[in-house]
Design a protein around this ligand. Sequence first.
Ligand code: FE
Length: 181
Amino acid sequence: MNRRDLVKMTAATCALWACGGPVGAAEFKSTRADAVDLTPEKWREILTPQEYSVLRDAGTERAFTGDLWDDHEDAVFVCAGCGLPLFDSKAKFDSGTGWPSFWEPIAKDAVADRVDTSLGVVRTESLCARCGGHLGHVFRDGPKPTFLRYCINSVSLDKVPRAQASGLGAVQLGGVGGSTP
Ligand code: FE
């Protein structure tokens, strides 16, 4: 059995036994000094049902339905759960997928990665490194200079126009309400 077969078999076994997930964001433990660690009940009070479904339950918005996939404003995008700056429009590109896409996070410690086998294939899940909110996935088919494609749910992000972006970073539960109804 070669390595590819082994990966396929492992993924299939995971799918069969439902051991893959969806990987619950509640299992994530941030290593940041400003970690935000709330109970599911508290998150339900703070987030809209759609935000909860994506951020805390690893849901996915339908392609081309979010408010940021076709947004081209000069802006910073913060976590809709805790307000941490996650992405910059300078690294945003049109992937054609219907989800906002970036080739890199705004900072090395902003976005955490985790293996996700929930669909029977191995993917890399992207999480807010401060609150563990599910953002989307990162793939290795992006453009220069990183060749990465962070495929992110609009609902996980709040947009802050650059002119208003100074001083961002403090914990703001529920994000800044900039883009999510
Ligand atoms: Fe967050």
